[in-house]
Design a protein around this ligand. Structure first.
Ligand code: ADP
Ligand code: MG
Length: 222
């Protein structure tokens, strides 16, 4: 369940972005579309609890994010959220397998090796487990980032420009994985993209939300 009501975000050294109201039933996924600079990544960061709204209400999977303390928000994020950021943030010094152990370690949890193996297998990454990120293709690195987002069986799966820099074939594969993983795990999928291939592939399953261009007035305020 996703609810946006009068939601706004103001960058200290940048524009204020107002988002259209939205109310989606439980399980309904969302496609955020719009030109570069229209606020897609900002809205995803708000939905991930990484930014705090300057006004309005945002409800994600039963939590009203603005009402949570920073500590509650961290707990909510750990329990409910899988995030595939645009820059994948894999640790260069660690192997694929150790990159997948890291979320457990940084949350102070025992590493679930069986779950890591399951995802390595499902995403066809077993052979790559001993490699380091610089030894992966972009599509492979994207699969590792997806595996990392899925580890703790999130209720919400957010991905920012998951097809950026991928050729048609890899883009199609990445989108299939996201949508299949969301279905299998019962996760609600939110994708942000300016790539029209995404709407072609998943438009039927996801609610389409198009962000307008920011007003020039806003841009001038920067
Ligand atoms: P999109 O993901 O759709 O390309 P963003 O959410 O990244 O858009 O950016 C929306 C607007 O906010 C843009 O005008 C961008 O320049 C501005 N912006 C993004 N991040 C910052 C920041 N850290 N400080 C100031 N302005 C920012
Ligand atoms: Mg963006």
């Amino acid at each position: 369940m996703i609810v946006l009501q009068g939601l706004r975000y103001r960058y200290a050294q940048g524009p204020e972005i107002a988002f259209a109201d939205l109310s989606l039933p439980p399980g309904q996924g969302l496609l955020l579309r719009g030109a570069s600079g229209s606020g897609k990544s900002t809205l995803l960061a708000l939905m991930a609890g990484l930014l705090s709204a300057s006004a309005g209400r945002l409800e994600m999977a039963g939590a009203e994010l603005g009402r949570l303390s920073p500590r509650q928000r961290d707990a909510w994020r750990g329990a409910c959220l899988g995030f595939v950021p645009q820059r994948l943030h894999l640790s260069a010094a660690l192997t694929v397998r150790d990159n997948l152990a890291l979320p457990y370690l940084s949350a102070g949890l025992p590493v679930d090796h069986a779950r890591i193996d399951e995802l390595l297998q499902r995403l066809e990454l077993q052979a790559l487990a001993p490699r380091r990120p610089h030894q992966l293709s972009l599509g492979q690195a994207q699969r590792v980032a997806l595996a990392r987002a899925l580890l703790r069986r999130p209720k919400l799966l957010l991905a920012d420009e998951p097809t950026a820099n991928l050729d048609d074939e890899s883009a199609g594969a990445a989108l299939n994985l996201l949508s299949q993983a969301a279905r299998e795990q019962g996760a609600t999928l939110v994708l942000a993209t300016h790539d029209s291939r995404v709407a072609q592939a998943l438009g039927g399953e996801l609610h389409d939300m198009r962000l307008p261009k920011l007003m020039a007035m806003n841009e001038a305020a920067r």
